[in-house]
Design a protein. Structure first.
Length: 405
């Protein structure tokens, strides 16, 4: 992401999702300059250069970027400094009071929006208008699944395959959001949902136990360790119990994990004899398997065929996705597949972002994000698009257009 300082009049609608482990933010910024077209005859400017229909109205289109960034919540001051340095809060909505004395309102969600409200007011002079966390998660997921051409995908045996979602046949589905803990939400429509289950064994568990067991200083460092590890050194497999054989009566292959960390009680090794890489791999496998199994059982409970997984625990990490996919496939006997989201970690922040429209704040309400791609000329519904051929990265921005009221 560009860490320059966009002019405040070109920034609008900063939104925050302050979780227990990570703080996520997004905001829209208009292009500061005109850029030449391919033939030097066409230009794309920050000024309104196109009108699109929105019912009986004509709405101006602005060119710009939708930016995303994340920070560790334990280092919330890094987020505050980033907002201050880039003057993101100065382009927010103003509400009430005499001219010059209006409150600057920023949409925020997550438990940290309550915990850190005074800090944001003291350091930046802004008021956090708090949106319900579950409302935002669902709104963000619906936003993406309806808007983005290639948002949902499966990951099986190392292969990513995008799944086309029919926006008219989206509901119901199970949304599994894996943050510090895990929430499982049955979504029946826009604003219609029920939290049906969850587990306290989630991303915070992986990070916390991993830090205790491996001395890693960050979530990403722990993930990198797991990438280099071999869980079979520590996990007890069916084959370890049955002399290398499958347990065919119940369809259990010899490589199925019978007990996570089970070998640690039978090996004549000291704790320091185990490699941190293998410990991290076993831990990731245990938590991912558990989430995959509980998710499918809840989908089965409500007769749901689609399970979407989001949250920054996944991070587009191949082994995590593969483990969850294998778990869902195993317990469903191949009838269900795990579906992942490209913008997995920003569901809550996007939900908070779209809530500006719901509450009618500001003079320039974001009505629609339109992907800049010849593949779509549609102006119906929200549109947002990241790189077609690249992986989603942290602290990234994407080209987009918006039409406004």
């Amino acid at each position: 992401m560009d860490h320059g300082s966009p002019s405040q009049e070109h920034v609008s609608h900063l939104a925050l999702d302050i979780g227990g482990s990570l703080t996520k933010l997004d905001y829209f910024s208009r292009n500061n300059e005109c850029s030449n077209g391919d033939n030097n005859e066409e230009k794309s400017c920050s000024k309104e250069s196109l009108l699109v229909s929105n019912g009986d109205k004509k709405c101006p289109v602005l060119q710009g970027r939708l930016h995303f960034a994340k920070f560790e919540t334990s280092k919330i001051n890094d987020c505050l400094e980033f907002i201050q340095r880039n003057q993101l809060h100065l382009g927010g909505c103003q509400h009430g009071g005499a001219p010059g004395n209006e409150k600057r309102i920023i949409k925020a969600t997550g438990g940290g929006a309550y915990k850190n409200a005074d800090l944001f007011k003291e350091k930046l002079g802004i008021f956090l208008d708090k949106e319900d966390e579950m409302d935002c998660l669902v709104a963000g997921a619906n936003f993406l699944l309806k808007a983005v051409h290639e948002e949902a995908y499966t990951y099986i045996d190392g292969r990513k395959e995008f799944v086309q979602i029919d926006r008219d046949d989206l509901y119901p589905y199970l949304l599994v959001n894996i943050g510090s803990g895990v929430s499982m939400i049955k979504v029946d429509g826009d604003g219609k949902y029920e939290r049906v289950s969850g587990t306290n064994v989630g991303g915070g568990t992986f990070w916390g136990l991993g830090r205790l067991l491996t001395k890693c200083e960050s979530f990403d460092e722990l993930l990198e360790l797991s990438h280099r590890g071999n869980n079979r050194v520590i996990d007890m497999l069916v084959g370890d119990i049955y002399g290398g054989m499958d347990y065919t009566k119940f369809g259990l292959s010899s490589t199925t994990i019978a007990s996570s960390f089970g070998k640690a009680i039978s090996d004549n090794k000291e704790i320091e004899d185990y490699n941190a890489e293998d410990v991290a791999r076993s831990l990731l496998r245990m938590i991912s398997n558990n989430i995959g199994q509980i998710s499918y059982l809840n989908a089965l409970r409500f007769g749901l065929k689609r399970i979407f997984f989001g949250g920054f625990f996944i991070r587009g990490h191949a082994y995590t996705m593969d483990t969850i996919s294998v778990g869902v496939n195993f317990w469903s006997k191949g009838e269900a597949k795990a579906l992942f989201l490209r913008h997995e970690g920003f569901l809550g922040a996007l939900g908070a972002f779209t809530s500006y429209e719901k509450h009618g704040f500001g003079d320039s309400i974001v009505r629609q994000l339109v992907q800049q791609s010849p593949l779509s000329a549609s102006h119906a519904g929200y549109k947002i698009h990241g790189p077609l051929n690249g992986e989603w990265n942290d602290n990234e921005s994407i080209e987009c257009s918006v039409y406004v009221n």
